[in-house]
Write a protein that binds this ligand. Structure first.
Ligand SMILES: Nc1ncnc2c1ncn2[C@@H]1O[C@H](COP(=O)(O)OP(=O)(O)OP(=O)(O)O)[C@@H](O)[C@H]1O
Ligand SMILES: Cc1cn([C@H]2C[C@H](O)[C@@H](COP(=O)(O)O)O2)c(=O)[nH]c1=O
Length: 222
């Protein structure tokens, strides 16, 4: 028997930006806004989101490794996450809010680490081609919200906040290259990106974020 089609088409929104940009501050609020309008929400993150991917996250964030190993691990985590959490949620008609996705790999491994973008593109093709997308389509977010901020401002926000992991401990030059990596992804796929000025006060960032979602007809204004 065929599964009953979901009442709403699923929506896939990813949140990107360097460490300390303010993503986590707003994701839960957006989840509440969708739920208040009757949508089921799957809130998740990368690397992570499944028991296997969370184990890989612990390794990637803490153990020294070369950039190819790092890239393979984040894509392995992504494959498990995509097949067991994201695709089923989209098939149910959920709004999937994902704290980071593949743009982070292009920004951190490609930009920050200087790893080969052609290899990342091949891995992206392998990992994001899923049976749910008949044909050769790649699963990509419907919207990617990029919290754009300078490394200096982000670092000031994170100062003394927690023990830094392998990425948070990187110097400002690394994060400049990560920002360049995000900018290149936005330039290549502008229709998918909403770039926010994340240096504004929280309320202004929130209202810009809401405006992007409302403008697409995904949330109603009251
Ligand atoms: N607009 C803002 N202005 C000032 N401080 C902010 C703003 N948004 C968030 N912060 C603060 O900055 C810090 C980092 O925010 P948050 O944890 O949301 O960032 P993040 O992008 O999720 O970081 P990470 O990717 O490292 O987890 C927090 O202490 C948060 O309270
Ligand atoms: C998905 C992804 C993440 N990273 C890095 C970016 C961050 O420094 C950490 C995740 O920490 P957060 O507090 O949850 O933001 O992982 C990466 O290097 N490559 C990736 O693909």
């Amino acid at each position: 028997m065929r599964p009953t089609p979901a009442a709403n088409p699923g929506l896939f929104v990813s949140f990107e930006g360097i460490d300390g940009a303010g993503k986590s501050t707003h994701i839960a609020g957006l989840a509440d806004a969708f739920k208040a309008q009757g949508r089921a929400v799957t809130l998740t993150r990368e690397p992570g989101g499944t028991p296997l991917a969370e184990k890989l996250r612990g390794i990637v964030l803490n153990d020294a490794m070369d950039p190819l190993t790092e890239s393979l691990l984040v894509f392995a985590a992504r494959r498990d996450h995509l097949l067991t959490v994201i695709e089923p949620a989209l098939a149910r008609g959920d709004v999937v809010l994902c704290d980071r996705f593949t743009d982070a790999t292009f920004a951190y491994q490609g930009g920050g680490r200087g790893f080969d973008l052609a290899v990342l593109k091949t891995l992206e093709q392998w990992v994001q081609t899923t049976p749910a997308l008949q044909g050769n389509g790649l699963r990509q977010p419907d919207l990617t919200v990029w919290f754009d901020i300078t490394p200096e401002v982000a670092a000031a926000r994170l100062a003394d906040a927690r023990t830094p992991d392998r990425f948070e401990a990187q110097p400002v030059a690394f994060f400049r290259a990560v920002v360049e990596g995000y900018a290149a992804r936005e330039k290549a796929q502008p229709e998918r990106f909403a770039r926010l000025n994340a240096e504004q006060p929280r309320e202004a960032v929130w209202s810009d974020l809401l405006a992007h979602v409302v403008q697409r007809g995904w949330l109603r204004v009251h």
